[in-house]
Design a protein around this ligand. Structure first.
Ligand SMILES: Cc1cc2nc3c(=O)[nH]c(=O)nc-3n(C[C@H](O)[C@H](O)[C@H](O)COP(=O)(O)O)c2cc1C
Length: 234
């Protein structure tokens, strides 16, 4: 009897160990659920959790600004934290992700933007005037799995940067909630939330938005966390 129960429990142990191994494997690969989350893994694949329904998509162009060893450069189009240089919008997007989880997606273009301020400003103006839709180099996988898209962008010439138009026109947002946040040099959102509604009339564009001046981004950790927690998405 003792011998049989020893055999039985050994078999049970082997079975449960192999089940654990499979579960770990599924987690690593995202089990086919290939958008993803955080850390420094931008536009990454794999998933933190199989039931993630929040996508944090953002566009940013960290300009070529000379940095000192300081952690924060108020007023510049970049934030430096722990010696890492990030765009303002990128910094906020990562904070949101760290606060509430969700999958992080950086909207990127096939042709990189110039990092020198004047050249960037001129190019952006021209793209806007010509209503261009820059080609994107990356795409959200399984976009349909998301209920909520937190969408971050810098104000460019009182409008969405044109790659954000490309992004909004690429997917079907019907039935989803879009929660916009903006970083800017004084203009706030301008009319961008209305534009988002026009581009995606069947999505619900939330009023619970966040607008941050570039002057304040580097010191806005508490404000960003509070806002993100207040979205009720954890
Ligand atoms: C091409 C360009 C156009 C801009 N136009 C405006 C503007 O019209 N109004 C405004 O408040 N800020 C404007 N800014 C400032 C940016 O919105 C601000 O620096 C933002 O935080 C940059 O975010 P990023 O570092 O994530 O790219 C502009 C910046 C650039 C590069």
């Amino acid at each position: 009897m003792r011998k049989w129960s020893a055999i039985f429990f050994s078999i049970l142990l082997v079975l449960s160990l192999s089940a654990c191994g499979q579960a770990d494997k599924d987690n690593e690969t995202g089990n086919g659920n290939s958008q993803v989350s955080a850390e420094k893994n931008k536009n990454n694949t794999g998933s933190t959790s199989s039931n993630t329904r929040v996508l944090i998509a953002y566009f940013t162009v960290p300009e070529d600004v000379k940095t000192s060893d300081n952690d924060a450069i108020a007023g510049a189009s970049i934030v430096v934290k722990d010696s890492e240089k990030m765009g303002n919008t990128e910094y906020v997007a990562e904070l949101v992700q760290k606060t509430i989880g969700g999958d992080l997606f950086r909207i990127e273009t096939k042709d990189a933007y110039p990092l020198e301020h004047d050249t960037l400003v001129d190019q952006a103006a021209e793209e806007q005037e010509k209503e261009l839709r820059p080609e994107l180099s990356n795409h959200v996988e399984n976009f349909e799995q998301y209920d909520t898209v937190i969408l971050g962008f810098p104000n460019w010439w009182g409008d969405l940067p044109m790659p954000v138009y490309s992004f909004l026109e690429e997917y079907d947002f019907a039935g989803k909630t879009i929660i916009p946040f903006v970083t800017h040099g004084g203009s706030g959102f301008s009319a961008t939330t209305d534009t988002i509604s026009q581009l995606q009339p069947d999505a619900q564009v939330s009023d619970n938005t966040l607008s941050l001046s570039r002057e304040d981004v580097a010191d806005a950790e508490d404000e960003v966390k509070k806002w993100a927690q207040g979205l009720g998405l954890q």
